[in-house]
Design a protein around this ligand. Structure first.
Ligand SMILES: [Zn+2]
Length: 277
């Protein structure tokens, strides 16, 4: 099976770390094998955490590790001028409008702690589903009504198609945040459709997100997306056995570059045996 296009989708919310390098290297390897082109799509909708230096770091890292891409911005200024998610806000908003017109959206005023107290393990129990809160109210998030059970078919790279129901932690997932911006699930889905992505390589921690996006695509008739193939790869863990995170400052690529490690020495750290030692 050959694929047309895959993507790197880093966000400028911290310095890239070894886990990001692993994911992008795997993407590049599979793209080459499948003859797919690579889009660089920077997920910058979260303006609160985004910083210029983090944006710069994405380009420096790709260049340092000689990771190729054929589509998308060549540098930070081109990203800001032409490729920022802000420039596609109208696409996300049109999509939200369509969901509203289908009667699939409700407003929710619950705080995080209210949800933790109402449900188990932060599963949203649908508290506001029948409360008819106006979507135009301030300080509400918008949720997708996921009451309809949908048979989700997930094509995992190199495996048979598997069938799932929407996982519990994704019930009535958020599609517009309290700050009025479209959620990650919406931006990611709409961008992948917009750019014609047919192969998505991402960490296992995002598998539930993939299912949520497939659910939403099926509800809204985005049929091309239903044929997307996914590769959910294992995550690199730190010495304590936790997933690497940008906010914790774990082992950033920049740290190793500044320490004078060359490309090969950093790639060698991706071997789980050698990692962190
Ligand atoms: Zn609620």
């Amino acid at each position: 099976m050959a694929f047309k296009k895959t993507r790197y989708a880093p966000s400028p919310s911290g310095f890239l770390h070894l886990g990001n390098l692993y994911s992008m290297t795997l993407t590049a390897t599979i793209a080459k094998k499948e003859g797919a082109s690579i889009l660089l799509r920077i997920d910058d909708m979260d303006k609160v955490r985004a910083k210029k230096e983090y944006l710069q770091d994405i380009f420096e890292s790709l260049t340092f590790f000689e990771l190729p891409w054929q589509e998308g911005p060549r540098d930070a200024s081109e990203h800001e001028d032409r490729f920022s998610q802000t420039s596609r806000l109208y696409l996300y908003e049109n999509f939200l409008e369509e969901l509203i017109n289908k009667g699939l959206v409700f407003a929710c005023t619950c705080s995080r702690s209210e949800i933790e107290h109402a449900g188990t393990h932060a599963v949203y129990p649908g508290t506001c589903k029948n409360r008819n809160i106006s979507l135009r109210e301030k300080n509400v998030c918008w949720r997708l009504n996921t009451s309809e059970p949908i048979d989700i078919q997930l094509k995992e790279y190199g495996k048979k198609t598997e069938r799932f129901l929407l996982p519990e932690n994704m019930h009535h997932f958020i599609i517009r945040r309290k700050d009025g911006l479209p959620s990650y699930q919406v931006c990611s889905l709409i961008d992948d459709v917009h750019f014609g992505i047919d192969l998505i390589v991402r960490g296992k921690d995002l598998k539930d997100s993939s299912l949520a996006q497939l659910y939403m695509a099926q509800l809204s008739g985005l049929n091309d997306f239903l044929n997307t193939t996914f590769l959910h790869h294992p995550l690199l863990l730190n010495k304590e056995g936790h997933k690497l995170s940008k906010s914790a400052g774990d082992t950033s690529l920049q740290y190793y570059r500044n320490m004078g490690y060359n490309k090969e020495a950093i790639f060698a750290l991706l071997n789980p045996e050698g990692f962190g030692s």
